[in-house]
Design a protein around this ligand. Sequence first.
Ligand SMILES: [Zn+2]
Length: 230
Amino acid sequence: MKRNGIMLNIPPNETLDDDTIGEEHIGTSSETPLRADAFEIGDSMKIKLIENHFREIMHILGLDLTDDSLKGTPHRVAKMYVNEIFSGLNTEKKPTIRLFENKYKYQQMLVEKDITFYSNCEHHFVPIIGKAHVAYISNGKVIGLSKLNRIVQYFAKRPQVQERLTMQIAEELKKVLQTADVAVLMDATHLCVSSRGVQDVNSRTVTAEYSGKFMEENTKNEFLKYISLS
Ligand SMILES: [Zn+2]
């Protein structure tokens, strides 16, 4: 089975069981699969509902929720899900981007490398930890550098598959920078591979998306050279 979920076209007559989807890391779409009514309830209600369900999960596992160390956990987890690690599901939390004129007429590529990101695998809800390297060639406009980090972190704060995360960041960069000349490369450790399942602590997953001038070999190679510099 092919590992690259986004490119995978599952024929309608082939159904995959849940374990296969999880272990093979098969994604179904480059869009995050969200329901149309995803934000009809507000954050504070979401926290309350998740808290109740998480308390139930802990209870079923046999944990004593009256223990001082455990009793606040359902609320903490719910708050963390909604306000932090899955906050990128809500487009209202997308970073606002201001562009500036490229007054210095810099025409080479700009590379922002080693952007640390934390995401979560949508199949197992355990962390994906890695580095993102992004680049663009200005089309007359430039962006504040920290905004590149913020775009990466916004899309990382969703349940994800790495292929989709890479493509979503590239699409957003193209949109905000008004150019097709962007590159995104992500190099990450998936805890669902290292801490469970096959338990490989050394393997890493690399995904890349190139468009515009970055499809040309020399531009792509220049980018790869920059990100390999220590
Ligand atoms: Zn996983």
